[in-house]
Design a protein around this ligand. Structure first.
Ligand code: FMN
Length: 169
C-alpha cells in the first residue's frame, strides 16, 4: 500500500488544513495522519477529509507519558466508525502483537525498530527476515486461534484490562 503520512504534532487546525491542501496539490496518493491518540483527533481527521489515521505515539520517542498506543486503539477505531482505515504502530515485535492490533480493529500495522534491527544485523536480508518472521508468526497465531483469514480475527479474540475489570462489576 502506498500513502503519505503526515506526522501530527499538536499543530493548529488551520495549519493542518493548509498542510493537507499543500500535500494534495502535488499527490493523488491517499493522505493518512500519524500520531493520533484520541477519539477527538480521529473524528477531526475524518472531518477534514483525511484518508486514514495511524494510531501511534511515534514509538514513545516524543513525549514522555503519552498514552501507550495499543491502549487507545479501540477508542480510535470506535470514533472513526469505519469511515476510513485505522492503522497502528508501536511495540509490534511478534505476530501475536499484530494479531492483537487487528482484533482491536486496526486494518494494518506498521513497524519501526524491528526492521532497523534487521537492517543493522544483516542488511537487506535482515529486513526481509524480520518481515517474514512477523508474517510466519501471525499465520501461526491465526491457525492456533482458528482464523483462516485476517477477516476472521475479531474483538472476541482478545481480552483487555478493561474487559477484565468489567467482568468483576
Ligand atoms: C530512529 C527512529 C526515528 C524515527 N523518526 C520518526 C520521524 O521522523 N517521524 C515520525 O513520525 N516517526 C518517527 N519514528 C517513529 C516510527 O515512525 C514509528 O512510529 C515507531 O518506530 C513505531 O514503533 P516501534 O519502533 O516500536 O515499531 C522514528 C522511530 C525511530 C526508531
Amino acid at each position: 500500500m502506498s500513502f503519505c503520512a503526515v506526522a501530527y504534532c499538536m499543530a493548529s487546525e488551520n495549519k493542518i488544513l493548509q498542510e493537507i491542501a499543500w500535500l494534495r496539490s502535488f499527490t493523488s496518493l491517499p493522505i493518512l495522519i500519524k500520531g493520533v491518540l484520541t477519539a477527538e483527533d480521529a473524528r477531526k481527521a475524518v472531518e477534514v477529509g483525511l484518508d486514514g489515521v495511524i494510531v501511534s505515539n511515534h514509538g514513545a520517542r516524543q513525549l514522555d507519558y503519552a498514552p501507550v498506543a495499543i491502549s487507545v486503539l479501540e477508542e480510535v477505531v470506535k470514533a472513526v466508525a469505519g469511515a476510513v482505515p485505522v492503522l497502528f504502530d508501536g511495540g509490534i515485535r511478534r505476530g501475536t502483537d499484530i494479531f492483537k492490533a487487528l482484533s482491536l480493529g486496526a486494518k494494518a500495522v506498521m513497524v519501526g525498530r524491528p526492521v532497523v534491527y534487521g537492517l543493522a544485523a544483516k542488511g537487506e536480508y535482515g529486513v526481509r527476515r524480520v518481515v517474514q518472521m512477523l508474517k510466519d508468526e501471525l499465520e501461526l497465531t491465526m491457525a492456533l486461534a482458528g482464523c483462516p483469514s485476517v477477516n476472521d480475527i475479531s474483538r472476541n479474540h482478545v481480552s483487555t484490562p478493561h474487559d477484565r475489570l468489567r467482568s468483576f462489576m
